[in-house]
Design a protein around this ligand. Structure first.
Ligand code: AMP
Length: 513
């Protein structure tokens, strides 16, 4: 089934329900949303010859146009290629070329210097264009028929460790992922408002589907991105707000909420994921917002749908197991199986860490034009995530690290995440990131990059003392490097590769390499 049927269905059931909002201003009801999408789909077909299976890229900040274009692409049977709007035009052009996109929509239609784009790709502005003559009455009244396994979304990975790859997500993958949401993450009602404060090209955009299916409101902040005071204003005004936020966004929301005395009124759910949330930060978020948090773990290759940690487990701080439950990423979602594999690909028993493997309906069909990467990642029907973790006897999955980030020092595995958790509990630490550095004696040694809460408030002895009273000393950092900021990509993930490069060539400031 073409996932755009969910929009047609919502427009038929609830034509007058408010659908699209810019800030608090309604710009379309469901009938209007679907009508504009059809009009854009006809435009794609008649003005630009877009046919089923063609790729159409989007390099846009969040907007209602973005949502309309996504659905127009699917309505016409084509494949959407949402590109991170913060990429340099050259990086975006590489993705366009790799995907073989015929069109790219940008804000204003003038982002690229002509030689940057492949010759057979045209750049267009995202604003609604008139339907060209030539469309027959009743043409595309319904979305173009697509089978479940037909491609819908080419999801380019954030590429924190190398060149990004195009994950092939089908209509069936997106439907399965979306159906897990009300079961495992949060039930959705028509009165809900999903606010897109994180990029639509990534997790936030993937959450649009279930909200269309349930006839909820879709809200693009006027800032077109993340601005905590604006978000709190929207929540107060609109009510029943839910949003997807990376842990760094949650941390900024907490700081801002504390400054202005905001307690989460109007927010129904904050779904966080995409990077580790440290216990110290989670405790502060609960103190500030109460039981409004749910965690998900996923990756482009199994979008948003590997596991979920429920609101109840997150909020149940009185339970003696809270520290281990809250540090986990929860239980496998409804349509996936999770296994932990050893280096030879054999399943490991509860409690033993190994590579996390996933099988189920949301798992990608492979990497676009990259059969060797596909073969290495999809093995015997299982997706090898590249993440290391373990399942405990309660069925909770705990992520220790990306396999590439594990530090092997003196023959022992050290998981940066557990070192980071301990350092983050120190009241003077604002942010921390731990990586391995080549070491002639130990193979690798542990290095901690630390952002203090206030400048010059910490020194290595203090942190060392803190550490050795809490964790085995073979895991202790050999070096503490203090900085004002950590390098992050636009999805809020810390770029460990950059920190490792900086260790090899320590010129320039740490954050802007
Ligand atoms: P991406 O494909 O860009 O969404 O990145 C996916 C990766 O982010 C995963 O493979 C994990 O390493 C990490 N990740 C996703 N969700 C979580 C989470 N809840 N906690 C910790 N790391 C996560």
């Amino acid at each position: 089934m073409n996932i755009a049927h969910w929009l047609l269905d919502a427009a038929q059931r609830w034509p007058q329900r408010p659908a699209l909002f810019e800030g608090c201003r309604q710009v379309a009801d469901y009938q209007g949303f679907a009508a504009r999408v059809r009009c854009r789909a006809l435009h794609l077909r008649h003005a630009h010859g877009i046919a089923a299976g063609d790729r159409v890229a989007l390099l846009l900040k969040n907007s209602c146009d973005y949502l309309e274009l996504l659905y127009a692409i699917w309505w016409s049977g084509a494949v959407a290629v949402p590109v991170n709007a913060k990429l340099h035009p050259r990086e975006a052009a590489w993705i366009v070329g790799n995907a073989g996109a015929r069109l790219i929509f940008t804000d204003g239609g003038r982002t690229f210097e002509l030689p940057d784009l492949p010759a057979d790709c045209r750049e267009l502005p995202a604003e609604l264009l008139p339907t060209p003559a030539g469309a027959a009455d009743g043409e595309l009244r319904e979305p173009w028929p697509c089978a479940d396994d037909e491609l819908a979304w080419l999801f380019y990975t954030s590429g924190t460790t190398g060149r990004s790859k195009g994950v092939m997500l089908s209509h069936g993958n997106l439907i399965a992922m979306s159906l897990c949401y009300p079961l495992d993450v949060d039930p959705v009602q028509g009165g809900d408002a999903v606010v897109y404060a994180a990029p639509l090209s990534h997790g936030a955009g993937l959450y649009n589907f279930i909200h269309v299916r349930c006839g909820a409101r879709h809200v693009v902040p006027q800032s077109r991105g993340f601005d905590a005071p604006e978000l709190f204003g929207l929540a107060r005004e609109l009510g029943q707000v839910s949003l997807f936020a990376a842990p760094t966004m949650v941390k900024r929301m907490v700081e801002q909420a504390r400054r202005q005395g905001y307690d989460g009124t109007g927010i129904k759910t904050i779904v966080y994921g995409g990077a580790p949330m440290y216990l110290a930060d989670l405790a502060q978020a609960l103190d500030t917002f109460g039981p409004r948090l749910v965690q998900i773990y996923g990756q482009g290759e199994c979008p948003m749908s590997i596991s979920a940690l429920s609101r109840e487990l997150i909020a149940g701080r009185e339970h003696p197991d809270w520290p281990t439950s809250a540090a986990s990423v929860g239980r496998p979602q409804a349509c996936v199986e999770v296994r932990i594999l050893d280096a030879g690909g054999q399943p490991l028993p509860a409690g033993e860490p190994g590579e996390i493997a996933v099988r189920g309906a949301p798992v990608m069909h492979g990497y676009w034009g990259n059969p060797s990467a596909t073969r290495a990642t999809l093995v015997d029907g299982w997706l090898l995530t590249g993440d290391i973790g373990f399942l405990d006897s309660r069925g909770l999955l705990t992520l220790t690290d990306r396999s590439k980030d594990v530090i092997i020092s003196g023959g022992s595995n050290i998981y940066p995440r557990e070192v980071e958790e301990v350092l983050m509990q120190h009241p003077g630490v604002f942010e921390v990131c731990v990586v391995g550095e080549a070491d002639a004696e130990w193979g690798e040694s542990v290095v901690a990059f630390v952002v203090p809460r206030s400048p010059d408030s910490l020194d290595p002895q203090v942190l060392n003392q803190w550490f050795v009273t809490r964790m085995a000393s073979f895991k202790k950092p050999r070096k503490y490097l203090f900085c004002t900021e950590l390098p992050k990509n636009s999805y809020g993930k810390i770029l460990k590769t950059r920190l490792r490069q900086w260790l090899q060539d320590p010129t320039g400031t740490i954050a802007d390499r």
